[in-house]
Ligand binder design. Structure first.
Ligand SMILES: *Cc1c(COP(=O)(O)O)cnc(C)c1O
Length: 294
């Protein structure tokens, strides 16, 4: 059910483990990225590798590998797993400084990776009917404290928000910034269709590769688009709402805070974008086929 790359070795996912003293575990001191495989090919590998290297730089982490070497390790994880559709994660942790030292500069950074079956953030029923999402009271960690544009495991705000939303009977959660603008949720960006215009937040969130794909699809389909602040009240009153993530692409939202969005069914623009998202997986510019025979 998956293969991991740990300490330079490929191992079955069930026996992959990291040292308990790695600051990736003790301090959430790590960065990561997730690229997906669909029908035996990576989707937008270059964009994910580029972002991973940028995230590493932002947190002063060094994976000790070139993007080409990382791509080969990820391919080998998928190849050995035999998975045709896969969720492939690359991670760089701080590692641990020499015993007795607490100087992060002295730590030997570590690289890990794994390939597991494709992960959907929304199940089949939710993708058909649309998700019910709550806007949380939990504020996203300010961008001045932890830069949200570099992937990180500072997920306590996202996880507590998600627990609150699940307890209230919703499927997932969106967090706001200090000004009450919606920013993002646990592993996804958000869009709405407001007065005929696609709107997505432009600050305080990770620049998702799926978000970028939606932006490019909008441009190619001639859909008007604005990158700007998105007040929670505007989202609640929108005609359509959807999420974007490598964990499922474009995911429709048909209810926000117990109230129906539009007529409560998946909107026409959302449906068009879902279809285009999967069609674009066949575009050779975005697709990197895996040679399973090697
Ligand atoms: C990874 C992630 C996203 C979505 O990014 P994709 O590249 O589209 O998968 C959005 N928000 C957060 C906090 C994330 O970690």
């Amino acid at each position: 059910m998956g293969v991991a790359f740990v300490a330079g070795q490929y191992v079955p996912i069930s026996s992959a483990s990291i040292p308990i003293t790695d600051w990736g575990f003790l301090r959430s001191d790590a960065t990561y990225d997730v690229v997906t495989v669909w029908d035996g090919a990576f989707f937008r590998m270059d964009a994910h590798l580029e972002r991973f290297m940028r995230s590493c730089q932002r947190w002063r982490l060094d994976p000790g590998l070139t993007p080409a070497q990382i791509a080969e390790i990820l391919s080998q994880c998928v190849r050995l797993s035999g998975l045709r559709s896969s969720y492939v994660e690359m991670i760089c942790t701080r590692g641990q400084p020499p015993w007795g030292s607490r100087d992060p500069r002295l730590a030997l950074n570590q690289f890990y990776a794994f390939a597991v079956p494709y992960v959907w953030i929304a199940n089949e029923q939710q993708r058909g009917a649309g998700l019910h999402v709550m806007v949380s009271d939990v504020q996203r960690i300010p961008a001045t404290s932890v830069d949200p544009s570099a992937k990180n495991y500072h997920w306590n705000d996202l996880t507590m928000g998600l627990l609150g939303a699940l307890d209230a009977g919703a499927d997932s959660v969106l967090l706001v910034d200090a000004a009450g603008n919606v920013v993002e949720g646990p592993g996804f960006n958000v869009f709405c269709v407001s007065h005929g215009v696609l709107v997505t937040p432009n600050a305080g969130m990770l620049e998702g590769v799926s978000r970028r794909t939606v932006i490019e699809m909008a441009q190619s389909l001639g859909l008007p688009l604005q990158l700007r602040d998105l007040p929670a009240d505007e989202l609640r009153a929108a005609d359509e709402v959807f999420l974007s993530t490598s964990g499922g692409g474009v995911l429709p939202v048909t209810m926000v805070d117990q109230r129906a969005i539009g007529d409560g069914t998946v909107g026409a623009i959302t449906r068009q974008l879902v279809q285009t998202y999967w069609a674009w997986h066949k575009n050779p510019a975005y697709s990197l086929a895996i040679d399973y025979a090697l």
